[in-house]
Design a protein around this ligand. Structure first.
Ligand SMILES: [Zn+2]
Length: 105
């Protein structure tokens, strides 16, 4: 059981893998609902994450992090955004001051 879990985890370990598995799993259904509906689900999941951070168990928090990431991936897929590409904004540290750690006032 634990080994099976680890395998699934490895398949989605990077952002491209996450976008791929979410596309194959929910792509058609999420696309049919559309972007506004996906944004609404993402907002709802963010609310659940906020609640889990305040009063959830570590298991519940991990669950909500996963749901938020999944909806971000679904939204990016529908909008043709490559998350690996998008996150390059932070590859060199802070996008404003370009320092690690951030040196902005
Ligand atoms: Zn900065």
């Amino acid at each position: 059981m634990a080994v099976r879990h680890r395998r699934v985890r490895c398949a989605a370990v990077d952002l491209a893998g996450l976008q791929d598995v979410i596309e194959r799993t929910y792509g058609a259904r999420d696309r049919a609902r559309g972007v506004p509906s996906t944004v609404a689900w993402l907002a709802e999941e963010l609310g659940e994450l906020a609640q889990a951070v305040r009063k959830g168990t570590p298991d519940q928090q991990r669950h909500e992090f996963a749901d938020v990431l999944a909806w971000v991936a679904s939204l990016a897929n529908q909008m043709g955004v490559d998350l690996d590409d998008a996150i390059q904004r932070y590859a060199e540290g802070c996008p404003r001051c370009h320092a690690i750690p951030c040196a902005c006032p």
